[in-house]
Design a protein around this ligand. Structure first.
Ligand code: ASP
Ligand code: MG
Length: 407
């Protein structure tokens, strides 16, 4: 007998028929003797619909009231699934976040989970009930309803699994696992059987939207085995996300991530003194613009050039701030380009293999793709290139590193 947490996303509970299909799957687990905790999202589109309602009455809805509103979406699906299970003869109980007592801090709209009381849930499980929990929500110490940020049901599921020491946390969604890269760009992309938490965090922060990043951080911290599966197909094994120690022989490269939302800003000919980096990036941070890659290079004439990337939405604002900085520092010139993208190779196997970066660069060179910026970490190499090379670059790398499906 295992204790399994299953989480179903919006499309998996998007209609009464889909909720019946979730019940089928839960019943299968119960019949096999497993204890089951089910965490649900709201029906697909519901959270957005609620946000639109709020926008109809206020330009800036009070965060506390927004949480009262948004948390209702999940209350609908947990009640429906529990009713459905009971109607089919399987005892079940639904709980909102506050009923479980998922204690969070008081940061409305993006609260963090601090503690989960497991007593009530444990008692239900021991009595043979399926426990159905509303994702994405909790309660703060003053009794206010909070929500965890968009996509937060993933985090609820992992937190429940950690608190109850579940054997596995299964995230059911509309894709059947984590892929070597986006199959829309590379049709022969392959589903990974396993990936480490670290790799998944890199893939997620680089734009792969399968899981909320925080849920992966949480799973890594508490060592919760996390499996991504499709609720639309029977029998798939999905992708298991786990710690490095428990996975077997690692491939050198696990995946290729890319990000289309990049823009590049450059300030040229800045007199090179201690403190220039902070004088350039300080005002950018003060303007609340997040910086990704940074490259600085000193020229022979004692000036320095400084290039960094930001989210494309922040490009115009970043350029304004940088032009102001350039005047103050008597820099020569400011340039910008919002037609760039970032491609990254990710793999924990890189730690023990040399030559990954140079193979990446020669592969891109063979396609005549100019690399504008490079950055590396222990398990990642990223390059910035012109956006017109995204498909070509990703496909060439997928081929060169032999990531395709074994047919
Ligand atoms: N319903 C919430 C959202 O749409 C939470 C979730 O689905 O994970 O963001
Ligand atoms: Mg989701």
């Amino acid at each position: 007998m295992a204790l399994i947490v299953q989480k179903y996303g919006g499309t998996s509970v998007g209609s009464v028929e889909r909720i019946q299909a979730v019940a089928d799957r839960v019943i299968k687990g119960r019949d096999a003797g497993d204890q089951m905790i089910i965490v649900l999202s709201a029906m697909s589109g519901e959270t957005n619909r609620l946000l639109e309602l709020a926008a109809g009455v206020s330009d800036r809805p009070t965060p506390r009231e927004l949480d009262v509103l948004l948390s209702t979406g999940e209350q609908v699906t947990i009640a429906l699934l529990s009713m459905c299970l009971e109607a089919r003869g399987y005892p079940a109980r639904s709980y909102t976040g506050s009923q479980v007592r998922i204690l969070t801090d008081s940061t409305h709209n993006k609260a963090r989970i601090m503690d989960i009381s497991d007593a009530k849930v444990r008692a239900d499980l021991d009595a043979g009930r399926v426990v159905v929990v509303a994702g994405f929500q909790g309660i703060d110490e003053h009794g206010n309803v909070t929500t965890l940020g968009r996509g937060g049901s993933d985090t609820t599921a992992v937190a429940m699994a950690a608190a109850l020491k579940a054997d596995e946390c299964q995230i059911y969604t509309d894709v059947d696992g984590v892929y070597t890269t986006d199959p829309r760009v590379v049709p022969e992309a392959r589903r990974l059987d396993r990936i480490t938490y670290e790799e998944m965090l890199e893939m997620a922060s680089l734009g792969s939207k399968v899981l909320q990043i925080r849920s992966v951080e949480f799973a890594s911290k508490y060592n919760v085995p996390l499996r991504v599966l499709s609720s639309f197909d029977e029998g798939g094994q999905g992708t298991l996300i786990t710690s490095e120690e428990t996975s077997m022989e690692q491939p050198v490269i696990s995946g290729i991530a890319f990000n289309r939302d990049e823009a590049k800003l450059t300030i040229l000919g800045v007199p090179d003194h201690p403190g220039v980096a902070s004088k350039i990036l300080g005002p950018i941070a003060d303007a609340n613009i997040e910086v990704d890659m940074i490259v600085q290079n000193v020229a022979a004439d004692d000036t320095t050039d400084f290039t960094f990337t930001v989210h494309r939405n922040e490009f115009a604002r970043g350029m304004e701030v940088l032009k102001q900085v350039a005047r103050e520092l008597s820099a020569r010139e400011v340039k910008g380009d919002d037609k760039i993208i970032k491609i990254s190779l990710v793999g924990v196997g890189m730690r023990s293999h040399a030559g990954i970066a140079s193979k990446m660069f020669s592969t891109l060179a063979a396609e005549n793709i100019n690399i504008q910026m490079i950055s590396t970490s222990e398990i990642k190499v990223s390059v910035v290139v012109d956006e017109k090379y995204l498909e070509l670059g990703v496909r060439a790398l997928h081929q060169a590193f032999d990531l395709k499906e074994d047919l």
